[in-house]
Write a protein that binds this ligand. Structure first.
Ligand SMILES: Cc1ncc(COP(=O)(O)O)c(C=O)c1O
Length: 439
């Protein structure tokens, strides 16, 4: 960070930005430091970060061992042309495939989840040349913001990009809380819709079905276990590749290393990102060893195998294991979900509480019967909590905009979680009772 700068320098920089959340619903915080589950802004205010900075600081912000590993690597070899191999590339390929579920024993790396999604799209197209139909995706899916990955997701409003998008066929995701069906009926309905889409609505067999095992940007939605098994079966019947986009759910967020393990279903391709780099950009695809890989040049990006990120990934994996952070995630997640359930009866705004692990969504409604989405209230909870030193996640992309998220680093302490819960309790009460808040 530069040694000195003024508030005017920062304001000029913000005015120059083409886009960014900071000019939207965020209150324009400039974050200068992070450690564990805490972040500090440029005014010295401290916050508990329930977003793990876009669900990426799974092992805590700026973990010293990860930072040291990345910098040590950078001092030796910061950049390498992708025709050559680096030591951290090969070691991480081994470590990640050793830790992968089922037969996902081949791996490719890149720097962003969106490009990893595109890597999976390419692998699917290459491995299923006779499947000339559209990609299958779920309603309210989010798979990134590169052009092709954006096309897989639920359409944004007000965008001019859709003329570049790949052919996509969307099928409904299980959302029993909103459909009003029982969980079993909801699974039956969604599987029937999937079968119908393949049989009658796709012009040609789809090469792959992209599924976020828990929809993050949609409505922080987990699905009944049977759904994953039935999806696997339908894909197998048609030779459609099942792709789990685990950019958010992977690297321990469910309390298991991968959601694939948590739900007991192995996909053909597993997309990872976010937490794997321990705060450094790192993403990629784990592939079934039964599938063909790439030919030279098919997926070569200048910085795709960035040595400092790969070294950071190795260190992050080591910290995750050594510090038992999967267990910490499962325990802290259960503690929080239980506490929220205990809080629910006294809060008419809380409609539904969803897990698993530290992948928690709280759907706010204006009326428990009609389930009218309380989007403005969710934003108000977010704003008031920031004033009280807690940063919650909110749904901004798809869904209904009424879901709060608690997805902090796994290193969050019990005391910090108690503070998060107390702030939520207070802010919900204030909003429910119409109490105004001094700003
Ligand atoms: C499920 C999922 N897939 C893909 C992406 C895209 O990752 P990135 O922003 O690193 O390109 C995200 C990012 O939020 C995501 O949540």
């Amino acid at each position: 960070m530069p040694a000195s700068y003024t508030d005017d320098d920062l304001a000029d920089g913000r005015a120059a930005l083409l886009s960014g959340w900071s000019s939207g619903s965020e209150p324009g915080l400039v974050i200068t430091k992070t450690s564990g589950a805490l972040v500090w802004d440029s005014k010295g205010n401290e916050y508990i970060d329930c977003t793990a900075m876009a669900w990426s600081n799974n092992i805590g912000g700026s973990n010293p061992e990860v930072v040291d590993a990345a910098f040590a690597q950078a001092r030796e070899l910061s950049h390498l042309r992708s025709n050559f191999d680096s030591v951290p590339l090969l070691l991480l390929a081994k470590a990640m495939t050793d830790a992968a579920p089922g037969d996902l024993k081949r791996i490719g790396f890149t720097l962003h989840g969106s490009l990893a999604v595109e890597m999976a799209m390419k692998l699917a197209l290459q491995n299923r040349p006779q499947h000339t139909g559209p990609f299958l995706t779920l309603t309210d899916a989010y798979h990134g913001r590169s052009l092709a990955s954006m096309g897989l997701g639920w359409p944004h409003t007000n965008h001019a990009f859709d003329r570049t998008f790949p052919a996509v066929l969307r099928v409904p995701q299980p959302y029993a809380y909103r459909s009003g069906r029982s969980e079993d009926d909801e699974v039956d309905y969604c599987i029937a819709e999937l079968r119908d889409a393949i049989a009658r609505r796709a012009t040609g067999l789809p090469p792959a079905f992209f599924v976020e095992p828990v929809q993050g940007n949609g409505a922080q939605l987990d699905f009944p276990r049977r759904y994953y098994q039935e999806v696997r079966q339908v894909c197998d019947e048609h030779g459609i590749l099942l792709v789990f986009d685990e950019v958010q759910t992977g690297f321990g967020r469910t309390g298991s290393m991968w959601a694939a393990e948590h739900y007991g279903v192995t996909p053909d391709l597993l997309v990872f990102g976010k937490g794997v780099g321990g705060g450094f950009p790192l993403a990629g695809v784990l592939s079934s060893s039964t599938l063909d890989g790439f030919q030279p040049g098919d997926d070569a990006l200048t910085f795709g195998e960035f040595p400092p990120s790969l070294a950071a990934g190795l260190a992050a994996l080591e910290v995750l294991r050594r510090d038992n952070l999967l267990q910490a995630c499962a325990e802290m997640g259960a503690y929080t979900t239980d506490a929220l359930r205990a809080m629910q009866p006294r809060h008419p705004l809380i409609g539904d509480i969803r897990g698993p692990g530290l992948l928690i969504g709280i759907e706010l409604v204006r009326d428990q019967q009609t389930k009218e989405p309380a989007a403005a209230e969710a934003l108000e909870v977010y704003r008031r909590a920031v004033d009280l030193g807690v940063i919650f996640g909110t749904t901004k992309y798809a869904g209904l905009g009424n879901v709060l998220k608690i997805k902090p680093p796994f290193t969050i302490t019990r005391a910090q979680l108690d503070r998060v819960l107390a702030v939520l309790d207070q802010v919900l009460t204030d909003i429910e009772t119409g109490r105004s808040f001094p700003r």
